[in-house]
Design a protein around this ligand. Structure first.
Ligand code: CTP
Ligand code: MG
Length: 335
C-alpha cells in the first residue's frame, strides 16, 4: 500500500513539470537580446579604450552567469590599473567619457556602497551599471555559469525560484530580503545536497582554473564538459525539486546553527565561522557563505523583520506545493 501511495504522489507532482517548464521557457532571453548586449558592450569598449587603452570591460551578473531572465539590465565591470586615482574619481571620469550623444541618463553614483555609473542605451533599450575593479564578481559569475552547464535542472530551478522571489517581493536587498545571487547559491547548494547528488562541488575538485583577486585565491574545476551528465543517477524532476527546495527552507534548515556553503558542498556550523551573534550590521539570521569571500554572509542584509517575512514566504510556498493541485497560479501571485 505504501508503494502505491508513493507512486500516486509522484504522478501528482510530475504533472506539474509541464507548467513549470513552460514558465522557465517563457523567461529565457531571446537570442536577439544577447546580440543587443554584445552591441552595447562593443560601443562601451570603443568609448573606454580611447581614454584607457589598457582597460578591460567584463560582463558579470545575470547577463553572463546564464541565470538572467529576459529584459534584465546588464552588469559591467571596468578593470583598470590607475594606482593614483581613487574609485570615485574614476567613476566621475568614466561618466564624462560616456556622456556621448549615443547614451542617455548617464549618472555617476560615487557614494553608493559599490560606486557605479548608470546609463541607458536608446539604440538597444538596455540599461547598464558599470562598476570598477570588482573582479571577484567576474570570477563568481564564471563559477555560477560553470555550475549551470553541468545539469539543466539548475538553470530551471533557479529561474523558477528567482521568478517566485520577484513576484513575492523577497528579492529586494534594500528591504532586507535576498539578492538574486544569494538565491542562485541556495539552488546550487540544494542540488549539491541531493542524494544522489545532482551537482558536484567544483571547489573541492582538482584545480583547473585559478586566479588571485584581492588576495583571495579563487580555484576550482572548470572543465565541466568532462563531467558528462554528472547528475544522471538522480531522476528527480523539476517539480519535485521546486517542492523540495521550499520544503527545505520552510521546515528543514536549521536557522539557529547552520550555514549553507557552496564552497564545501555541505552545511557548516555558524560556530565554526563565528557567525553566532550580531557584529555591526551583520546579524546572520540566515547564513549563506560566499564561495570566495568566505567572510561574507549573503544573508547579512536580512534583519529581524525581514527574516520573518522570508520564512513565512518559504512556508507559504511549501504549503502551496504540497496541497494545491494547480500551484503555479498561487505560487507566483504578486505580493
Ligand atoms: N554579487 C556579489 N556579491 C553580492 C551580490 C552580488 O558578488 N553580495 C555579484 C555577483 O557576481 C552577481 C552580480 O553581482 O552575479 C549581480 O548580482 P545580483 O543583481 O544579485 O544578481 P543578478 O544575477 O544580476 O540578478 P538579476 O537578474 O536579478 O539582475
Ligand atoms: Mg543584475
Amino acid at each position: 500500500r505504501m508503494y502505491k501511495r508513493q507512486l500516486v504522489c509522484r504522478r501528482d507532482i510530475d504533472v506539474l513539470n509541464v507548467p513549470f517548464l513552460a514558465i522557465y521557457e517563457s523567461l529565457i532571453p531571446p537570442e536577439e537580446e544577447k546580440q543587443k548586449q554584445k552591441q552595447l558592450m562593443a560601443l562601451l569598449e570603443r568609448l573606454v579604450s580611447k581614454e584607457w587603452p589598457a582597460a578591460k570591460l567584463y560582463l558579470y551578473g545575470s547577463c553572463a552567469n546564464s541565470f538572467g531572465v529576459s529584459k534584465s539590465d546588464i552588469d559591467v565591470c571596468l578593470a583598470i590599473e590607475e594606482a593614483d586615482m581613487d574609485k570615485a574619481k574614476i567613476i566621475m571620469k568614466l561618466a564624462d567619457i560616456l556622456q556621448s550623444d549615443n547614451l542617455q541618463n548617464v549618472q555617476a553614483l560615487t557614494r553608493a556602497r559599490v560606486p557605479i555609473v548608470k546609463l541607458m542605451d536608446p539604440v538597444t533599450g538596455i540599461s547598464c551599471d558599470i562598476c570598477i575593479n570588482n573582479l571577484l564578481a567576474v570570477v563568481n559569475t564564471k563559477l555560477l555559469r560553470d555550475y549551470a552547464l553541468i545539469d539543466p535542472r539548475l538553470r530551471q530551478l533557479a529561474f523558477i525560484i528567482k521568478h517566485w522571489a520577484k513576484s513575492r517581493r523577497v528579492n529586494e536587498t534594500y528591504h532586507g530580503t535576498l539578492s538574486s545571487y544569494a538565491y542562485v547559491l541556495m539552488c546550487i547548494h540544494y542540488l549539491q545536497m541531493r542524494r544522489p547528488a545532482i551537482l558536484p562541488c567544483l571547489q573541492e575538485m582538482e584545480t583547473t582554473y585559478s586566479v588571485t583577486v584581492d588576495d583571495i585565491n579563487c580555484a576550482f574545476f572548470d572543465k565541466v564538459e568532462k563531467l558528462g551528465d554528472f547528475g544522471r543517477q538522480n531522476k528527480e524532476t523539476i517539480a519535485q525539486l521546486v517542492r523540495g527546495f521550499f520544503h527545505y527552507w520552510a521546515y528543514c534548515h536549521d536557522y539557529a546553527n547552520s550555514v549553507i556553503s557552496v564552497r564545501t558542498g555541505s552545511i557548516i556550523s555558524k560556530r565554526e565561522k563565528d557567525w553566532t551573534r550580531r557584529i555591526g550590521n551583520d546579524r546572520h539570521l540566515i547564513c549563506i557563505e560566499d564561495p570566495f569571500e568566505t567572510s561574507h554572509d549573503l544573508g547579512r542584509v536580512v534583519d529581524k523583520y525581514s527574516i520573518k517575512v522570508l520564512r513565512e514566504e518559504f512556508e507559504r510556498a511549501a504549503e502551496i506545493m504540497q496541497n494545491d493541485p494547480n500551484p503555479c497560479i498561487k505560487l507566483f501571485e504578486p505580493y
